[in-house]
Design a binder for this molecule. Structure first.
Ligand code: ATP
Length: 230
């Protein structure tokens, strides 16, 4: 479904990604790990069509740069960015309705009531405006809004960022159920949670792939070496 071949991203003289190749098969969750500045966000931006790249990114066989960000979004490539970005002045329900406007003819397994079943904490705050929500509630809402749009490829950027451990646990428990069968590229700093959820993990170090494989190969020592560049 998603295939990256020799992907490089440059910002002027800074090379953020260098010849990165891997695939995310249909229905699989691939975790993208690595320390600060390793290139994870740059990779997500390239996949969403937000930065120019060298090499190839294909989505169902079509080059992403030919589609452009709008077509990619319409085709169901959906990014939940770091920092959540829900609409602060809209209520919880209004934010979810906004997700429905991005459905583009696809049929979602999760409707607005479904989001409240997945995240019961949001059910009691349907009319509350976004700015009043805690970090964890905003994260649940951002994920819920993504789910109602029936993403074909979900790009999740650090869902655990800034959340208390107990909330991270709740978010990951919900993700484990709700993401079954969805194709996901999951960027995480919280490696244990990401490894518990994914089918395959890829580690970036200074813009290069330093390790990739099934989560079972990522012992503590192996992971530490991969973070340092393999
Ligand atoms: P983090 O986990 O801290 O968000 P990351 O793995 O997502 O890091 P990127 O944000 O992709 O890493 O950054 C990769 C490299 O590219 C870093 O060296 C960063 O400083 C650099 N970089 C990112 N964005 C820009 C930019 N707009 N201009 C110049 N350099 C950039």
């Amino acid at each position: 479904m998603l295939k990256l071949s020799n992907l490089s991203v440059n910002y002027g003289v800074v090379r953020a990604l260098n010849d990165v190749s891997f695939e995310v098969p249909e229905g699989h969750i691939t975790a993208l790990l690595g320390s600060n500045g390793a290139g994870k966000t740059s990779l997500l931006r390239a996949v969403s069509g937000l930065v120019p790249y060298l090499g190839s990114i294909t989505f169902d066989g079509t080059e992403a740069s030919k589609l452009g960000p709008e077509h990619l979004a319409r085709a169901g490539v959906l990014q939940v960015p770091e920092g959540r970005r829900i609409v602060a002045d809209l209520t919880v329900v209004e934010n979810l309705k906004l997700g429905l406007t991005a459905l583009g003819g696809r049929v979602s397994k999760v409707d607005i009531d479904g989001v409240f079943e997945i995240f019961p904490a949001l059910a009691g705050m349907k009319e509350r405006e976004g700015w009043m929500l805690s970090g964890g509630e905003q994260q649940m809402l951002a994920i819920g809004r993504a789910l109602v749009t029936a993403p074909r490829l979900l790009l999740l950027d650090e869902p655990s960022l800034g959340l208390a451990p107990v909330i991270i646990k709740a978010v990951y428990e919900a993700l484990a159920t709700v993401l079954k069968g969805t194709t996901v590229l999951l960027v995480e700093q919280s490696t244990a949670n990401a490894l518990s959820l994914c089918n395959e993990a890829v580690v970036l170090a200074q813009g290069n792939v330093s390790a990739k494989g099934a989560p079972s190969i990522f012992t503590r020592d192996f992971l530490a070496k991969a973070y340092l560049g393999g």
